[in-house]
Design a binder for this molecule. Structure first.
Ligand code: RIB
Ligand code: CA
Length: 338
């Protein structure tokens, strides 16, 4: 099986960390690099966190690139209230001063895509944070998009309520101008014709809740993996209880990785999407499901997922176990009938 070439653009971030653990435990992916954007925490902290994650995954061979520190237009607002000041749940991992990183993520993205275009071995981007780097790529080197295979974006929301305003999801709210520019490019740029953005939004990710019992199960079957997850999610659990009276934590980003690998995990519909950039509803995802505007369909908005199948996939991969062996216990934990 030929692994799919991907670049993961992220803002680690607790759920970004879980997504990277999943990606690096999946043989279907050839992770060419990790590009960092300001989001949950500043890009500088995000680079540090990506290096910490690569260290505990023993994958310091994967290059990390510092990307955009500020949104295109609006002021930068972090999510340290959710992810902790360090961005990994105040988990106290040592700063990886022995590891280096690259600067200029956007140049890495454009050069990688241009090389892919000439070799014909196209690359996909899985965006797990605000889309500032992707927007800058489109602004500075639109011709590189001919080397893009697919863009999967964790972000946005269709019918689900927002998570940082009544109507807006954080990644698209943090940099709404970038999100709008990217969706517009997928509407107008002929190099992207027939390649809609796969929007893995809150409508599906809200179904993916890491509960204390699921965490305990991970710790039992894979203590080392479980310890990392317990360490970085404690803060996140507390936030979810205070914010939404949820016991556990919604892990958004790993679903985007899992969906990229196994498309049967989610389904949705082809439509036109854009993002509001101003005013009260700034960051709101506008999905023209009834085709009022007769615009080119630039996105696949995912609306349904199977949380049980995702958890079997996710836990099986990160714990390097046969997920079919886990089903009976996971059915009991998640109260899912056979
Ligand atoms: O709204 C959830 C998204 O915003 C996730 O990607 C989380 O990591 C933050 O980036
Ligand atoms: Ca993220």
């Amino acid at each position: 099986m030929n692994a799919k070439k991907v670049i993961i653009d992220c803002d680690p971030g607790i759920d970004d960390a879980l997504a990277l653990m999943l990606a690096l435990s999946s043989p279907e992916l050839d992770v060419l690099g990790i590009t960092i954007v300001s989001g949950n925490v500043s890009a500088d902290k995000g680079v540090n966190n990506a290096l910490k994650i690569l260290k505990w995954m023993n994958r310091t061979d994967i290059p990390v690139y510092l990307g955009e520190r500020l949104p295109l237009v609006r002021e930068y607002v972090n999510a340290e209230d959710t992810h902790g000041e360090d961005g990994l749940g105040e988990s106290g991992y040592e700063s990886p001063d022995d590891l280096s990183y690259h600067t200029d993520a956007v140049s890495f993205l454009s050069q990688s895509l241009l090389n892919a275009a000439s070799s014909g071995d196209f690359i996909s981007i899985i965006a797990l944070g605000p889309m500032t780097n992707i927007a800058r790529l489109i602004q500075t080197c639109p011709e590189s998009l001919c080397g893009l295979s697919e863009l999967v974006s964790m972000g946005g929301n269709y019918k689900s309520h927002g998570n940082c305003s009544p109507v807006a999801e954080y990644n698209y709210w943090c940099d709404p101008h970038a999100a709008r520019l990217v969706y517009e490019a997928f509407e107008t740029n002929p190099l992207l014709s027939g390649k809609p953005i796969h929007m893995v939004g809150l409508d599906v990710t809200r179904k993916i809740v890491l509960t204390p019992n699921l965490l305990e199960y991970i710790c039992q079957i894979s203590p080392e993996v479980g310890e990392h997850i317990r360490r970085i999610t404690r803060f996140y659990f507390d936030f979810h209880w205070k914010q939404e009276q949820v016991i556990g934590c919604v892990i958004n980003d790993p679903l985007a990785i899992a969906y990229f690998i196994d498309r049967s995990l989610c389904h949705g519909f082809l439509t036109y999407t854009t993002v509001e950039t101003e005013g009260l509803c700034m960051g709101q995802t506008i999905v023209d499901a009834f085709d009022f505007w007769k615009k080119k369909k630039n996105s696949i908005v995912l609306t349904h997922t199977d949380a049980f199948r995702f958890m079997c996939f996710f836990i099986g991969r990160i714990c390097h176990k046969d997920s079919s062996q886990m089903e009976p216990v996971l059915r009991q934990i998640m109260e899912v009938r056979p």
